[in-house]
Write a protein that binds this ligand. Structure first.
Ligand code: NAD
Length: 477
């Protein structure tokens, strides 16, 4: 049975309760896990608070070295960790390998910033004094993670937090705790001191993290409704919050676009991770002149995405993560079809005995999806893409912005002026121009509108795990 990681202990839940983690491809039990609660979060927060006193005071270059060594050790275990991730999450082993590797690389990327915290020297009117602005770590940070990219989204929070000298209480999604435990255990084996990252498990631990008085900052990746609840709760203690929430990213393809490049990016953007991505291509707007040609290419690509168990070598798309998640996407597809949409590809479940026990679904493309259909107004968190013909860029930008979300967006065109307008006018935290929808370590990533605020990735994320403090030195004249 798996255990939580709280300082030096590998521990069950205080309540003794457990639950099962199941494989979304087969329904088999992968492991039994402690169902933690507020008492466990309290122990983890106390442990993180105690460790903060030593971790935050380490010379920053030592912190950098410790994190590099720990990341290297973890990277030696990518294969083992990827297998666990596929079993609990469902994604293909190729996707799991990429994600496990990204975890270690992210720790290493932020390790390099650990000893590059700079302040300011400020002249003051009274020449017998001068001012300084110093940056300090915040304290204990809470990291709350969803199930779609358990490792990437944990690293996005843990890496900048601990590089800046903070300690962490980390809560994976209740259905994907095992690969996260394996990563943190690998970091500890590689030299990360016990207590710097503490892992609590179970549904009830999220709220307890937000409420715990020793936890000073909350970083959540999750749905927009969860973000609103967390922000309201965090407000009671005026905690800092970073909220990476839902999205419904538009992609605009103009007549002069590189169609092969666009088709590849849209296919990866919509079908990678079985469509369970926050940054993704969730609404497609295609100019009339290339509509038919692009649909042909997209359908050809979708037809190559063989669904199956993520551990099988020839699988190109794993199952959806849960039954509820699949039911939600199926209901969104049905709503579109009931309103008159035409299914261009997929639309159902793959047939065959091997699909009976898992949450499999076909990659799906729909056209003529009417205004007001759920696929346009809600986040579609699965491999289904609504497509619409547009006359021009104006229409593409207007429809693209017609959403409460503002996470990502993309445009395909050879016209630099059109691309520039899209960059200026699309309401989103990221715009890709003629490029694959991939979030880069170097660029700050985060949403606008109801997709949240605060940044992960980049120097900006690192700085958000520090606080500025002003200092006046007197008595020098
Ligand atoms: P979710 O909001 O249900 O859960 C996310 C995490 O929050 C889980 O660990 C959950 O246990 C915890 N949680 C739930 N309610 C809580 C509460 N009241 N207080 C504290 N913690 C709570 O989301 P999900 O279904 O696991 O993930 C899918 C959602 O995440 C989608 O909307 C997706 O777009 C979004 N997402 C966003 C990003 C991004 O970077 N913007 C990335 C990935 C996923």
């Amino acid at each position: 049975m798996a255990t939580m990681i709280i300082e030096g202990e590998r521990t069950k839940a205080a309540s003794g309760k457990t639950y099962e983690v199941r494989n979304p491809a087969t329904g088999e039990v992968v492991d039994e896990v402690p169902a933690g609660g507020p008492a466990d979060v309290d122990r983890a927060a106390q442990a993180a608070h105690k460790t903060f006193a030593t971790w935050s005071k380490l010379p920053a270059n030592q912190r950098r070295e410790i994190l590099h060594k720990a990341a290297q050790h973890m990277l030696g275990k990518v294969e083992e960790i990827a297998t666990i991730l596929t079993k609990e999450q469902g994604k293909t082993i190729l996707e799991s390998r990429l994600e496990a590797r990204r975890f270690g690389e992210n720790i290493a990327w932020f390790a390099d910033l650990a000893d590059k915290v700079h302040g300011q020297h400020v002249k003051l009117p009274d020449l017998t004094t001068y001012g300084l602005v110093v940056r300090k770590p915040i304290g204990v940070c809470g990291a709350i993670v969803p199930w779609n990219f358990p490792l990437t989204l944990a690293a996005n929070k843990v890496a900048p937090a601990i590089a800046a000298g903070n300690t962490v209480v980390l809560k994976p999604a209740s259905t994907t705790p095992l690969s996260t435990l394996a990563c943190i255990e690998a970091l500890i084996e590689g030299g990360l001191p016990e207590g710097v990252v503490n892992v609590v498990l179970g549904q009830a631990t999220g709220e307890a993290i937000v409420e715990h008085p020793l936890i000073r900052k909350i970083a959540l990746t999750g749905s927009t409704p969860t973000g609103k609840r967390v922000m309201a709760k965090a407000a009671e203690q005026l905690k800092k919050v970073t909220l990476e929430l839902g999205g419904s990213d538009p992609c605009i393809v103009l007549d002069d676009a590189d169609l092969e490049g666009a088709a590849r990016a849209i296919s990866v953007g919509r079908f990678f991770n079985c469509g369970q991505q926050c940054l993704s291509t969730k609404r497609l707007y295609v100019q009339e002149g290339v509509y038919d040609a692009l649909m042909e290419k997209l359908i050809a690509r979708a037809s190559k995405l063989k669904p199956g168990n993520g551990l099988d070598k020839d699988t190109r798309m794993g199952p959806m993560h849960t039954q509820t998640q699949r039911a939600e996407v199926e209901a969104q597809i049905k709503d579109a079809v009931d309103r008159g949409a035409k299914v261009l590809y997929g639309g159902g479940r793959p047939k065959g005995a091997e699909y009976d026990k898992g949450w499999f679904i076909e990659p799906t493309i729909l056209e003529n999806v009417p205004d007001g259909a759920r696929m346009w107004t809600e986040e579609v968190f699965g491999p289904a893409l609504p497509v619409r013909k547009i006359k021009d860029l104006d229409e593409g930008i207007r429809l693209g912005n017609d959403t409460p979300f503002g996470l990502g967006s993309s445009i395909w065109t050879a016209n630099m002026a059109a691309a520039y307008r899209a960059v200026q006018e699309l309401e989103a935290g990221y715009t890709w121009v003629n490029a694959l929808v991939i979030a880069h370590d170097e660029l700050p990533f985060g949403g606008t509108k109801q997709s949240g605020f605060g940044k992960e990735h980049g120097v900006e994320a690192f700085l958000q795990y520090t606080e500025e403090k002003s200092v006046v030195y007197g008595g020098i004249g």
